[in-house]
Design a protein around this ligand. Sequence first.
Ligand SMILES: Cc1ncc(COP(=O)(O)O)c(C=O)c1O
Length: 352
Amino acid sequence: MSKLWSDIVHKLTPYVPGEQPKLDNLVKLNTNENPYGPSPKVLEALKLEATDSLRLYPDPNSDALKAEIAEVHHLNTNQVFVGNGSDEVLAHTFQALLKHDKPLLFPDITYSFYPVYCGLYGIEYKTLPLADDFSINIDDYDQPNGGIIFPNPNAPTGIPLALVEIEKLLKKNTQSVVVIDEAYVDFGTESAVSLINRYPNLLVTHTLSKARSLAGLRVGYALGSSDLIEALMRVKDSFNSYPIDRFASAGAIAAMQDSTYFEQTCSKVIKTREALVSELADLGFDVLPSGANFIFAKHPVKDGAELTAKLREKSIVVRHFKSPSRISAYLRITIGTEAQSEILISAIKSIL
Ligand SMILES: Cc1ncc(COP(=O)(O)O)c(C=O)c1O
């Protein structure tokens, strides 16, 4: 604690990301990265970008990247906002669209960065408990609010919410912004992007970190009405003119263009997930239904913290959340390659 810090810094409780261990030969299943590398076309585009032009600033508006994203989602470029990972896009969203007199609503068990942004920007919030089966009950959100946000599928549960439920929410909640964080949507969850042209208060965020295998490049985006996008641009242009560097732009454009590679890797991850779910169920695990590239599973007897520690001794890293106590028995396991699944299953068998 330094007396040189501003008041707000004293009060912050920063987000703690999943560990990035500096050890070789780990089976790393803790931060929901894609087990497959990015499209070879992305690597080619990055090489071509390593030229003298790096002395020049990139395009502050990322027009070429926005055009590519708009085309993929059948929207106009003025309905697209891009940022340095969807975390930055979310941060700007909290400041630009979710700070109002009434509280922001989100589930009690969800992406733990949301309360951190509330702390940073002084946003009042209220959490609503997930149902007993860990699903989001849309009727709970029918109350005065300054905005609503949740991931679909939710994190860390992985449970998807049907599009009809989201539309039900949008029909009732017309006076504040509804943000659907679709970081994991491409692994088998229905996207709300198709509702954007009918609901001007809907903002959908996506990332290239998961389904497009580019967590290291840091690119995310938001899709919504031009009015919402303009608010995000105003914050971005008051913060950092160039959040997307030349490499990020070139790599992200190539990734958005290679739909074949994207579809193939997503299908492989989904196939591996289904096989892993059934093997864990055979071992007695309770696995929540997942529409994501990770699963949330608990053993009826073995404690979550103990299992995590025992797996770590065998060089397998998964994520465990100590709190709230309702989820402390669970492990969040990222879907890796088939070979990694086999290593995981045989390690669990030997621990049990
Ligand atoms: C629900 C959710 N939203 C957003 C993000 C942020 O992803 P990124 O900043 O890599 O785009 C994550 C990352 O794990 C996440 O789990």
